[in-house]
Ligand binder design. Structure first.
Ligand code: 13P
Length: 282
């Protein structure tokens, strides 16, 4: 069942757990994620970066694929089709026009006024279609889709302004997490996290959820995080399993090769669901 993110994130906020956002990269990944979330009765957010959408053939192809898989796999858990890091108002609108149920507008590289204006425009459009909106403040560093950026911690007052002036549904304040592999220990600012959660009273999003130890993930959830984005850790477990399979099998059938990572990926998805507390929360 495709839904927007409002209800599942608000429930997570009340129940003090988080909903996993797993990035999808192809049809097989989408199937593995949907099946494992269904098996664990967990709501799920399928994150689609602009790069991944382009790779798969465009927003229209992605949404047709997700809708059809949802039906043919007989998925009952709530599934959100979410644009991850939409870089322009135009792209966010395009995702909405192609039946995405949730979008992120990431105008965090602009000054705060521009970020607010761009976000507002997306929110106004999204509300007409019952689509939820996430926005970013400060700047999440690291590498994603081959693009690297420096981390800039969000200011509490900027997060509050972004929320109050745009009416977004959930907010991603950059508070020490980065995309990709961490160099050294992640240094999350839990105090600011709590302050932003209290002052905005909307669900908070943790990007760069891979590579953060379990205790810190739990502390983040206790500090107001309700959505945790995972991409790199699934890529690592999948590619390790595929590499091992190719080393020990003379495989050339692409279906067998891609599928070789299924078990490892599903195991990791289950771990994340248990860690985030979304087990049986569908
Ligand atoms: P990771 O690279 O840590 O998995 O983060 C993914 C992410 O935040 C997508 O928006």
């Amino acid at each position: 069942m495709l839904v927007n993110a409002k209800e599942i994130l608000n429930k997570a906020k009340e129940g003090k757990y988080a909903i996993p956002h797993f990035n999808i990269n192809n049809l097989e990944w989408t199937r593995f994620i949907l099946e494992e979330c269904e098996n664990n009765n967990s709501p799920v957010i399928l994150g689609v970066s602009e790069g991944a959408a382009k790779y798969m053939g465009g927003f229209n192809v992605v949404s047709a694929m997700v809708k059809e898989l949802d039906k043919s796999l007989n998925i009952h858990v709530p599934v959100v089709l979410h644009l991850d890091h939409g870089s322009s108002v135009e792209n966010a609108k395009k995702a909405i026009d192609n039946d995405f149920t949730s979008v992120m507008i990431d105008a965090s590289t602009y000054d705060l006024d521009t970020n607010i204006n761009m976000t507002k425009e997306v929110v106004e459009y999204a509300k007409k279609f019952n689509v939820t909106v996430e926005a970013e403040v400060g700047h999440i560093g690291g590498t994603e889709d081959g693009i690297s950026a420096e981390l800039a911690y969000a200011k509490v007052e900027d997060a509050v302004r972004l929320y109050k002036e745009t009416n977004i549904d959930f907010i991603a304040p950059a508070l020490g997490s980065v995309h990709g592999i961490y160099k050294g220990e992640p240094r999350l600012d839990f105090n600011k996290m709590k302050q932003i959660a209290e002052l905005t009273n909307i669900p908070l999003v943790l990007h760069g959820g891979s590579g953060i130890d379990d205790e810190k993930i739990k502390q983040a959830i206790n500090s107001g995080i309700c959505k945790i984005n995972i991409n790199t850790e699934l890529q690592i477990v999948w590619s390790n399993a595929v590499r091992e399979f190719i080393k020990t099998n003379n495989a050339y059938d692409p279906r067998k090769i891609i599928k070789a990572g299924e078990e490892a990926m599903k195991k990791e998805i289950k771990n994340k669901i248990e860690l985030m507390g979304s087990l049986n929360k569908a």
